[in-house]
Write a protein that binds this ligand. Structure first.
Ligand code: 5AD
Ligand code: SF4
Length: 454
């Protein structure tokens, strides 16, 4: 999960009111913004590309680290300047920061609507409320809401890969994490609605779906006579069509089991990549983080994955400088990274979040300087590991799903291998959405380069 800004595709219609949507945070937020757009479109709003033509701006926010929130505050200041120029402009704040800060955001002055992650169905009502001149807040968390019946309006640019949200919320309460407080209890979505959404995407030309949840491995749905697990759901989606690639994110190391690994082995269209956040290489730190696994257990899972799926890549999330992390703990994180050989990682300095268990029980004791240095060491090591992993692919041929043209040259196409590595090659006759076999001839830190061989 990164704090990327995802731009959106406009649907222009001058008779409709124009909404501009900005999304920060994780893939879940991207998926949620697509639900928001579906709700708004059925209420006479259309998406606009130019922020200056919008009568309504929605910003879908993230609270995971303090700097994620700081970015949003800066954006709100920009919206304040837009409002000065255009008095009728309204601003709504959605997502995790809306849920966390509630009326504090209204007090700030710029925001007209505050809507938490479970209140998007009520947006039309909230919009109606502000037209009467009253600021609106809905941050009620639900134990049932999965937006199962809402067909998201895709905002991606490529028309090739799409996210499908399969569950919401989180019950894990990692001590550092704000998510359970801002996204509520874990709940799974009806599998039939998931299958229907995947089939619709396929009919609309999509070639890849990513099943999303905070902890997909604890997906659980009871039909009258059957209990559907994540492994079963994964197989059901994989069976829709061999040409539809299936990915999933995020897996919790304590919950990923053999049945999921076996499903990956069984279906060539389930991608050979697992994102398995380790967070720390030290058992004492993992315990304080309330991760509920030991490094030995984590490595057992990794061993099983490598045995059953030798071609599988692994990626991870790492937090450095968590409360009480010693130099020895840090060294243990570096050593687990080497042992697993991640092909990529999301690496963060610990950021204390208000009201989490860590904020209450464990002082933010590692100095900024140490956090910084340790993060740099982790990044430096990951660069080496990424390079090693990419070098191992030289001379090999991978099936690449083409997602677009390369950023550097229009003559080159860019796609991803099943292992989730970005691969660039000369376009030839190939086009976006095609599968093509590419032989890798060179690589950099983040990409493979090659030539099409079919
Ligand atoms: N500080 C730093 N990183 C965090 N993450 C979650 N909470 C925090 C925090 N308080 C990281 C974890 C998680 C990823 C999405 O963000 O690594 O897996
Ligand atoms: Fe996603 Fe977590 Fe950020 Fe919410 S706080 S947007 S769940 S990363």
């Amino acid at each position: 999960m990164t704090n990327k800004f995802y731009s959106v595709k406009p649907i222009l219609n001058k008779n409709l009111k124009q909404v501009y949507i900005e999304t920060y945070g994780c893939q879940m937020n991207v998926s949620d913004s697509e639900v928001v757009l579906a709700v708004l479109q059925s209420n006479n709003y259309s998406l606009c590309k130019d922020i200056n033509s919008a009568s309504l701006i929605f910003i879908n926010t993230c609270s995971i680290r303090e700097n994620a929130e700081q970015r949003i505050w800066a954006r709100l200041e920009y919206f304040r300047s837009l409002k000065k120029k255009k008095r009728e402009l309204k601003v709504g704040i959605l997502g995790c920061m809306a849920e966390r800060l509630k009326e504090k955001l209204i007090d700030h002055g710029v925001v007209d609507i505050v809507a938490g992650p479970d209140s998007y169905r009520h947006l039309p009502k909230l919009i109606e409320g502000i037209t009467k001149g009253e600021k609106q807040i809905n941050t009620i968390l639900s134990e049932e809401e999965t937006y199962a019946d809402i067909s998201p309006i895709r905002m991606d640019k490529n028309g090739v890969s799409a996210y499908i949200s399969i569950m919401r919320g989180c019950n894990n309460y990692c001590s550092y994490c704000v998510v359970p407080y801002v996204r509520g209890r874990e709940r799974s979505r009806n599998p039939q609605s998931i299958i229907k959404e995947a089939k619709q995407l396929l009919e609309n030309g999509y070639k890849e779906v990513t099943l999303l949840g905070q902890n997909v491995n604890s997906y659980s749905w009871n039909n009258s006579n059957q209990h559907i697990t994540f492994a079963m759901l994964l197989e059901m989606v994989a069976q829709i069509a061999p040409s539809l690639r299936v990915r999933f994110s995020t897996s919790h190391p304590k919950d990923i089991d053999e049945s999921v690994i076996k499903a990956i082995v069984k279906y060539p269209n389930i991608c050979k990549h697992i994102h398995l956040p380790v967070q720390s290489g030290s058992n004492t730190v993992l315990k304080r983080m309330n991760r509920k696994y030991t490094i030995e257990e984590y490595l057992e899972r990794v061993k099983l994955i490598k045995e059953l799926i030798p071609e599988c890549t692994l990626s991870t999330d790492i937090i450095t400088g968590f409360s009480g992390e010693s130099e020895q703990d840090h060294q243990e994180t570096l050593s687990i990274m080497k042992e697993v050989g991640y092909y990529t990682a999301f690496m963060f300095q610990y950021s204390e979040r208000p009201n989490t268990t860590a904020a209450k029980k464990y002082p933010d004791s590692v100095s900024e300087q140490d956090k910084n240095r340790r993060l740099n060491e982790i990044i430096e090591l990951q660069h080496k590991l990424s390079k090693i992993s990419n070098n191992e692919d030289l001379g090999k041929t991978f099936e690449v799903l083409i997602e677009g043209t390369s950023k550097r040259s229009k003559e080159e196409l860019s796609g991803r291998t099943s292992q989730n590595k970005v691969c660039i090659f000369p376009a030839g006759e190939h086009k976006v959405g095609d599968y093509v076999n590419v032989k890798v001839t060179s690589c950099s830190l983040a990409t493979l380069k090659g030539v099409a061989v079919n």
